[in-house]
Ligand binder design. Sequence first.
Ligand code: ZN
Ligand code: CU
Length: 484
Amino acid sequence: MLTCDTLIRHARVADGTGGPPEVLDVALRGGHIEAVGTSLRFEAARLIEAEGLELSPGFIDVHTHDDTSVIDSPLMLPKLSQGVTTVIVGNCGISVSPVRLKGAPPDPMNLLGSAEAFRYPSFGAYVEALEAARPSVNVGALTGHTSLRYNHMDRLDRGATDGEIEAMRTELRDALSCGALGLSSGLAYLSAHSGTAEELHALAEPLTAAGAIYATHMRTEGDAILDAMQEAFSVGRAADSPVIISHLKCAGIANWGRSNEVLEALELARRTQPVGCDCYPYAASSTTLDLRQVDERVEISITWSAPHPEAAGQSLAVIARGWELSQLEAARRLQPAGAIYHSMAEEDMRRILAHPATMIGSDGLPHDPRPHPRLWGTFPRVLGRYCREQKVLSLAEAIHKMTHLPATRFGLAKRGLVREGYYADLVLLDAERIADKATYEDPTRASEGIERVWVNGVLAYTSKGATGARAGQFVGRSKRSWTD
Ligand code: ZN
Ligand code: CU
């Protein structure tokens, strides 16, 4: 009889394609999926009876800031406990590598950790550290525009010169040759806001030959969002490179209800160039405390503050009242700080979530003492709250957005499907019970309904917690396979 390491029997397999789940057996061997079929006959070292449970490819968190966590907290419990088996780091223009720090990390690079966390002068050094740390999840990495600016410019509040762009481009080319998946930008932040579209067009040039992608936290997600989208698409056209709009949303009360026109603009672009987006399933955003986003009508809570650590978890309105200041003045006094902004309409978020171009990205901030609950809850929340309870999308569609869709867009070879020969990144879950448990009040609670998680064939998590096994790999870019 044929042998395998693990045989999972009678699972309802949602294979990542988006098609209806089928009851099948899946055999794992040596890190890969050995066979998929009905009544597989294998002698297995471990047998899992999975009747009544769904088996999915491991989830790919396409938007993370886990750059330093995967090395410093390699168990990666916030992600593993959601069924995430691969994280993409280096989003929003801020990658921890390549960075050669000259003091305290500037905003928003400080979201990735304090100065000691920045120890990777080259992308290659980061990959080496990652391989030595062996996290529990796979890691793919983007190179950040802001990080490149930081390395080659004396100040960040101006556009780059031709010489500086050339130096950044050389460094980007080096990262791509070591397996970086593409370039990310964070143009809304003051550290990159002075970077013009021309700067990005010139910088993005090496993406073409590498078949790499451009992911962008756009210049604005507010009133001028359509212009910002056009700018993002123009960079993609200049580099002949696919564009991913990060955490697509309509931010600010004045823009509530605009998701229709935003998605129309996205669809129009999709007719002529590869464009997609990601989102997280919450109507509140989170980042550093940005004075431009302080609006007394919007509930803002503080996630951390360097001068006032006691403010973490408190409402800015309450703090301001206590200090007898306006919210803007109080925010100024709290800086540097982080915040959660309840600045979106639930309806817009749901519409963006359901759109076929949308992938799922948590955008979790692992260093916040009081993080946004998306860090621990994103994937089960989509499957529980938005699939089972609200029927915004089907389970198979949601799983497709979490697996095969990102694998093809980021060029992650042999991941994202339950298929023979693919890496055995798998999640066994209970679709009737799956639910996020992290809340704004209690944000670091593990979800329910994730029964088992395998990473490269190794059992990394069960409903009792992490097994301690760490079998994650660095995932470089393979030839792009964007299909629409
Ligand atoms: Zn961002
Ligand atoms: Cu982000």
